[in-house]
Design a protein around this ligand. Structure first.
Ligand code: FAD
Ligand code: EGU
Length: 493
C-alpha cells in the first residue's frame, strides 16, 4: 500500500485530448499504469446527452479491437452486447442473397453500437480513481515546449492546464496535430474521396430483424454500394456509399424511390418507401477523408493515436480497430522502455507508422476494388467459375480476360487483417507477393500452389516499395469504372 502511494506521488500527468473511442480506451490504458490521467473532450458527456451526434451508428469490431479491450478488462462487456456476423451476405440486383463466410467455422466479426461502446469505455475510465474526465473542454492551442494547453469552455471562457504528456486522440480533424504541422520534417497528407455516405435505418418487421441478423449485408453495384449492420434493437443501419455527384442528382422523394428501384429494389420494402423518402433528405451525405502523417510524436511531450494519427476510409472496417491496436502497441513499448517518454515516443512512431500507413493504403485501394470484387463474387455464384477448391484454399483468383492479367482477392489478407494481429505492413507485403506469384503463372493446382506459396511467402518477404497506392491511381480507377463497356481497364492498378 505504502509503496503504491509513494509511486502515485511521482506519477506524471497524462492529458488525453478527445474522449471518443480511442481516447476513452487510452485513458483506461494510462490509468491502469497509475498515471494521473486528465481527459479533455469538446462535447458534453454523451452518457447524459439527449441526442448524440456523431459518425456511423454501428461499427465492425474485429480481433485487433477486441484484443485491446481485453487488455483493460472490457472485452466481455462489449462482446456481450455485440451481434456476431459470421459472413457477408451479398445481395444481387434480383434480390438473391449469397453468403460468404468471414473465416473458419465459428469465426465472426461483431456489429457494435458506437455510442454504447463509447459510454462503456468512459465509465470504465472513470472507475480508476486517478482519472478525471473533463467534458465541454475544446482544445484550442498547446505549447510543445511547456505542454501548456488552452481550452475553450462554453459561454466563451477559457482555461489552461499543463501536462507531462499530451495524447492526441481528437479524431481526423485533430487540434493537437495542428502543432505538428508547423514543425519541420513533419509529413502530412489528406485526401477526400469522391464518395460520400448516408445512413438509413431499416426497422424490424413483425418484431423481428427484417433480414438475417448474423451477416454483414452488402449490395455491391457499379461505382457505389450499400452495406447494412445489425443492431440490438433488431434494426439494421444501412450505409449507402456513393459519389457525391450521384447523391446530388437525387433531389425529390420520387427520385429516391426511382433510384432504389433501379439499384436496391429488395431494400425498398425493408426500409419502407415512406421512410426512405424522408430519411434520405434528413442529413446530407457525409464526406470521407484519408489522413496520413509521420512522425506521430513531438519529443517526449506529445503523441497522436487513432484517427488523429491516421484517418482511414472505412472500406476495411479497420479505423477503430487500428486505433485500438495503437493503444496496445504503445502500451507494449511503455513496458519495454520503462515508461521513459523520451524513448517510448520515438519508438512508437518508428514501429507504428509503417503499419498505420499500410492499412490506410489498403483501405484506399479497397475503396474501388472491393466493389468490383464483390460484384465478381456475385457473378461467380451464378456461374461455374466458382471453385470450392480455390475457395477453401483461401484464395480467390479473378481473371480479367480483357486485361489478360489475373488478380487475386486476398482472402489471406482479409483474414490476417481481420482475425489476427499480423502487422498490417507484413500482411500487405504477403498479399503483393501472392499476386506476383499468381501473375507469373505459378498457380497450377490451386490448393497446392496456394499452400506452397504461402509457405514461400513467409520465407521470402517481398519489396515494400511496390506498395504505394497513390490517390492518383485511385482516381484513374474511378474514371475507368465510369466507362462501362471496357471493363478491362479496371483491373490495372
Ligand atoms: P473519433 O471517434 O473521431 O473521436 C474523437 C473525439 O475527439 C471526439 O469525441 C471529438 O469530440 C473529440 N475532439 C475533437 N476535437 C477536439 C478538441 N479540439 N478538443 C477536445 N476534444 C476534441 N472503424 C472500424 O474499426 N470498424 C468499422 O466498421 C468502421 N466503420 C466506419 C464507418 C464509417 C461510415 C466511418 C466514417 C468510420 C468507420 N470506422 C470504422 C472508423 C471509426 O469510426 C474511427 O476510426 C474511430 O471513430 C476513431 O476513433 P477516434 O477516437 O480516434 O476518433
Ligand atoms: C464499411 C462501413 C465488405 C462498416 C470491405 C468487406 C465497412 C464496415 C470488406 C461500415 C465490404 C467492404 C471488411 C470486414 C468491413 C467484407 C473487409 C466495411 C465494416 C474487405 C458501419 N470490411 N466493413 N472487407 O470483407 O475486410 O465483407 O460502416 F463491403 S468488416 Cl467495403 Cl472483415
Amino acid at each position: 500500500m505504502e509503496e503504491s502511494a509513494l509511486r502515485r506521488e511521482d506519477k506524471k500527468v497524462v492529458a488525453v485530448v478527445g474522449a471518443g473511442l480511442v481516447g476513452a480506451l487510452n485513458a483506461c490504458f494510462f490509468a491502469k499504469r497509475g498515471f494521473e490521467v486528465e481527459v479533455f473532450e469538446t462535447r458534453e458527456d454523451i452518457r447524459k446527452a439527449k441526442v448524440v451526434k456523431g459518425r456511423s451508428i454501428n461499427l465492425a469490431l474485429s480481433h485487433r479491437g477486441r484484443t485491446a479491450l481485453k487488455h483493460v478488462g472490457m472485452e466481455d462487456k462489449i462482446v456481450s452486447k455485440g451481434i456476431p456476423m459470421n459472413a457477408r451476405m451479398i445481395h444481387s440486383l434480383s434480390g438473391k442473397q449469397s453468403p460468404i463466410p468471414y473465416g473458419k467455422k465459428g469465426q465472426y466479426i461483431l456489429s457494435v453500437d458506437r455510442a454504447n461502446l463509447n459510454k462503456e469505455l468512459l465509465t470504465a475510465a472513470e472507475t480508476y480513481p486517478n482519472t478525471k474526465l473533463n467534458f465541454d473542454h475544446k482544445l484550442q492551442d498547446w505549447s510543445a515546449e511547456t505542454g501548456l494547453m488552452t481550452f475553450a469552455r462554453p459561454h466563451g471562457s477559457k482555461t489552461q492546464t499543463q501536462a507531462d504528456l499530451i495524447v492526441g486522440c481528437d479524431g481526423a480533424f485533430s487540434a493537437v496535430r495542428k502543432q505538428f504541422l508547423r514543425r519541420s520534417r513533419f509529413n502530412y497528407s489528406q485526401t477526400y474521396i469522391p464518395h460520400g455516405y448516408m445512413e438509413l435505418t431499416m426497422r424490424p418487421r413483425n418484431g423481428e430483424f427484417a433480414m438475417k441478423p448474423n451477416y454483414l449485408h452488402i449490395w455491391p453495384r457499379n461505382t457505389f454500394m450499400m452495406i447494412a449492420l445489425p443492431n440490438l434493437d433488431k434494426t439494421f443501419t444501412c450505409t449507402l456509399f456513393m459519389p457525391f455527384e450521384e447523391f446530388e442528382k437525387i433531389s425529390t422523394g420520387d427520385e429516391v424511390i426511382e433510384f432504389f428501384q433501379k439499384y436496391f429494389p429488395d431494400a425498398i420494402p425493408l426500409i419502407g418507401a415512406a421512410t426512405l423518402r424522408r430519411d434520405y433528405f434528413r442529413l446530407p451525405a457525409q464526406a470521407m477523408v484519408s489522413v496520413k502523417c509521420s512522425p506521430y510524436h513531438i519529443g517526449d511531450k506529445c503523441v497522436l493515436m487513432g484517427d488523429a494519427a491516421h484517418a482511414v476510409v472505412p472500406f476495411y472496417g479497420q479505423g477503430m480497430n487500428a486505433g485500438f491496436e495503437d493503444c496496445i502497441v504503445f502500451d507494449e513499448i511503455m513496458n519495454q522502455f520503462n515508461e521513459d517518454f523520451s524513448a517510448v515516443l520515438p519508438e512508437y512512431s518508428r514501429v507504428r507508422v509503417p503499419d498505420d500507413h499500410a492499412i490506410a493504403d489498403l483501405a484506399m485501394y479497397n475503396y474501388v476494388e472491393v466493389i468490383q470484387f464483390l460484384l465478381h463474387m456475385l457473378h461467380m455464384f451464378f456461374s461455374n467459375v466458382f471453385s470450392p477448391a480455390l475457395w477453401s484454399s483461401g484464395l480467390l483468383v479473378i481473371h480479367s480476360l480483357e486485361a489478360g492479367k489475373t488478380h487475386s482477392f486476398g482472402f489471406f489478407l482479409v483474414f490476417q487483417v481481420t482475425f489476427t494481429r499480423t502487422r498490417y505492413h507484413v500482411a500487405v507485403e504477403r498479399w503483393h507477393w501472392q499476386d506476383k506469384v499468381i501473375n507469373r503463372g505459378l498457380l497450377l493446382g490451386a490448393v497446392g500452389a496456394a499452400a506452397g506459396g504461402f509457405y514461400l511467402l513467409i520465407k521470402n518477404p517481398p519489396d515494400i516499395n511496390k506498395l504505394a497506392i497513390t490517390a492518383e491511381k485511385v482516381w484513374n480507377k474511378m474514371a475507368a469504372l465510369k466507362t462501362p463497356p471496357s471493363v478491362g481497364a479496371a483491373s490495372q492498378i
